[in-house]
Design a protein around this ligand. Structure first.
Ligand code: X2X
Length: 344
């Protein structure tokens, strides 16, 4: 949309190539960037190109090109090539990039109530996740994002149920977390949750995560098994506790004012294909999730189960739910409870 009817200036293209940022779908020094499509959209994200999110986004890009008879080109920039999350959010708001997938919890740095979907132990399984996220709870969050000029496509993408990993000692009980230096994404809810579990959380963005674990700046982190596998965190972690402590997903965000100015047919083609890709990607992550424990075990990661209720009890005892009910407000909390039952 930054390139709405005008190709990127050459200097900017040179800059991207020079910085090593190469979009998926662009062959070498993208011929398409020169013979520019009428609409050239940039989609940036924080996952590696092999992750199902980028694989399905590439399929969507091909379909979008086909359905629009070449009028629309979607360029994908994986692995934070264009910046870390906070930077990408600013670029989206300024119109420098056109699409960004972002966890609601990370987007909560701008729109606090978007954190509601990441509440500790809120969802018991995928059926309840998608019913809520495709239903009233997701609708509520999308409405909140829209107030900040962020248009979230109707279908969210999956980032999985999160588990805890560590290098210094296994996390067998909640007491094992005591004082442990845990990396959490940069998001108040995440920091608060690990404080309430008596750990010592530090907010670190994805591009620094691997090296922070490798150099011992932090001892542990939490992510989905699929996320751990695709970002190879098993290379710098020894133990994994199957805590399922929260679910996380990605909203496919666009700059609302810019998106709404696009011709209706273009909007429809883009949205339809991105939504279809999101639904396909959910299936990929769920399927991969079934074999990722065995895959990671083969690579040396040692797994243990935990008593999830004990973790939830600690959150309750330390006032975590009461605090967040107050912070996020009645509407957010009631919408969550209507979907998943009584929290706290
Ligand atoms: O930062 C993370 O851990 C990640 C990649 O899972 C998110 O985007 C929340």
């Amino acid at each position: 949309m930054n390139a709405f009817r005008s190709p990127l200036p050459l200097t900017r293209r040179r800059l991207l190539v020079a910085s090593g940022a190469v979009a998926i779908g662009a062959a070498g020094v993208s011929t398409s960037a020169f013979a520019a499509a009428e609409f050239q959209f940039k989609f940036a994200n924080n996952l590696p190109p092999t992750h199902p999110m980028n694989v399905r986004a590439k399929e969507a890009a091909d379909k979008i090109a086909k359905d629009s008879a070449g009028r629309v080109e979607l360029l994908i920039f994986p692995s934070n090539q264009l910046g870390a999350d906070a930077d990408l959010l600013s670029q989206l708001r300024a119109g420098g990039i056109d699409f960004l997938t972002m966890s609601g919890l990370v987007a909560s740095t701008l729109v606090p109530t978007a954190a509601i979907t990441g509440m500790g132990f809120a969802f018991k399984d995928y059926a309840s996740v998608w019913q809520a996220i495709d239903g009233k709870l997701g609708g509520y969050v999308r409405g909140e994002l829209a107030k900040a000029n962020l248009m979230a496509m109707p279908k969210a993408w999956d980032n999985g149920f999160r588990q805890m990993t560590s290098s210094t000692r296994p996390i067998r009980s909640v007491d094992d977390l005591k004082g442990m230096k845990m990396r959490v994404p940069i998001s108040p809810l995440w920091t608060s949750m690990f404080k309430a579990l008596d750990a010592a959380p530090t907010g670190i963005a994805p591009p620094e995560l691997y090296s922070a674990l490798q150099t011992g700046i932090v001892d542990g982190q939490e992510n989905s098994l699929v996320g751990i596998q695709f970002t190879k965190l098993n290379e710098v972690q020894k133990y994994c506790a199957l805590s399922n402590h929260m679910w996380d997903g990605y909203w496919m965000l666009a700059n609302k004012r810019i998106f709404e100015k696009l011709p209706k047919d273009i909007r429809e083609i883009v949205q339809r294909n991105l939504d279809a890709a999101a639904v396909a990607q959910r299936g990929d992550v769920e399927r991969l999730g079934m074999s990722s424990r065995a895959d990671l075990e083969k690579l040396g990661l040692r797994f243990n189960e935990v008593d999830k209720e004990a973790f939830r009890d600690r959150l309750r005892k330390n006032g975590f739910y009461a605090e967040w009910k107050g912070k996020l407000g009645k509407e957010a909390w009631d919408t969550l409870e209507a979907a998943v039952g009584g929290m706290g």
